[in-house]
Design a protein around this ligand. Structure first.
Ligand SMILES: [Fe+2]
Ligand SMILES: [Fe+2]
Length: 219
């Protein structure tokens, strides 16, 4: 049974790698390892945001029974993740200070078309990308972290893979046409954002360019 489960997870992860148009830049991984306190604080914010996004969809689309049940469950899981990150932050004595959101989700949201059902479909595709990227980043980081964080991030990447599947399945269900064009458009932008130099490190930022250390890279 354990082998079958591992095999299913490998397949889920393969699907995510194929879905994303680029992998996380190595420079971002170095940034994350050098900023682990900030990584955890911003990560806590991402879990809280993921829960509230799912919950907000249950307010807007009350007529869709399957969506209500799936997203309510998803929101509960995100809140559980939030609690786990908060416990870790507390245990490690990291101050949970205010950290501004990075532009990633906001930029992706700009691609959402306004009339329904396109608005719902695009929102679900954007959420699928955020879940897929989170899963990919947990996997990219896990083995370079201490054992406690590694075990935690491996457990998280499994749920984020499921969340990705939930969102993409719902997007297909609510679209009256093939969604591959929307996946291409939103995925193209997502890859741009993930690779673009960022001024501040965040869980969903691009790599931080340090113009002080490398004047040739200054813009
Ligand atoms: Fe989560
Ligand atoms: Fe998630």
């Amino acid at each position: 049974v354990a082998l079958a489960v591992a095999d299913e997870q490998r397949q889920q992860f393969k699907a995510i790698e194929l879905f994303l148009k680029c992998s996380t830049p190595n420079a971002w991984i170095s940034d994350a390892l050098a900023n682990q306190g900030l990584l955890l604080v911003d990560h806590a914010n991402c879990e809280k945001k993921a829960a509230s996004t799912a919950l907000s969809l249950t307010y807007r689309y009350t007529e869709y029974y399957e969506l209500l049940l799936r997203l309510s469950k998803l929101a509960r899981e995100e809140l559980r993740h939030f609690e786990q990150v908060v416990e870790l932050i507390h245990k490690r004595g990291i101050p949970y200070t205010f950290v501004s959101a990075c532009g990633y989700a906001g930029e992706l949201r700009k691609l959402i078309r306004q009339p329904e059902p396109q608005r719902l479909v695009d929102t679900l595709v954007v959420c699928a990308f955020i879940e897929a990227r989170s899963c990919e980043r947990f996997a990219a980081l896990a083995t370079s972290l201490d054992t406690e964080l590694e075990i935690f991030y491996v457990s998280l990447l499994k749920s984020e893979a499921r969340h990705f599947q939930t969102y993409i399945n719902l997007a297909r269900k609510f679209s009256d046409s093939d969604i591959s064009e929307r996946i291409a458009v939103i995925g193209g932008r997502e890859a741009e954002l993930i690779q673009a130099p960022a001024s501040e490190f965040r869980f969903h930022s691009g790599p931080v360019t340090n113009s002080e250390l490398d004047p040739d890279r200054a813009v």
